[in-house]
Design a protein around this ligand. Sequence first.
Ligand SMILES: [Zn+2]
Length: 200
Amino acid sequence: MNTQALGTELTSDKALDLLREGNLRFVSNIRMNRNFHEEVEATKEGQEPFAVVISCMDSRTSPELVFDRGLGDIFSIRLAGNVVTPEVIGSVEYACAAVGSKAVVVLGHTGCGAIKGTLAKVQLGKLPTITARIAECISDEVCPDVVTEKNVLAGMRALEEESTVLRELLHQEKIKIIGGIYDITTGKVSFMDHAHPRHS
Ligand SMILES: [Zn+2]
């Protein structure tokens, strides 16, 4: 089912449930049998994506696939290392304040090349604009899994601290911002927030 029909009834908690349930289907290999022609028809007049997912450009982490969603369901923002730049924040503001998306997920993943490149201090063209941002959230940390998680938490913090628009929507409980780590070996997304990080 496309979420167009759910409209304004959808709460941020329900939006997160839709993502959790979709990932469970993906992991269980019982994905919905979608009719993309019908979804094109259902979304041709407009869109009401219930979620925004900020994920890595990694070819194994496509949000629509790993959350088993269809056309018109997810605003997908993808940059190497799922970094939260001002441009990303502006996109999330548009999604939540102008269109009405309810859930925002900063989605890191295991085996991330951008995290490895940051730790290896790779210098390539303009890539340091990404790795420098990731490096900001680590000190002497060298474990890729921990850096991945800290990078997700830093992205969540940037959304909250650098956007008055998103802070206001959070305060009004109209949106939720959550973190997640996608495991490329299992297909499972583990959700987390500042109070419940995966690593202490
Ligand atoms: Zn990556």
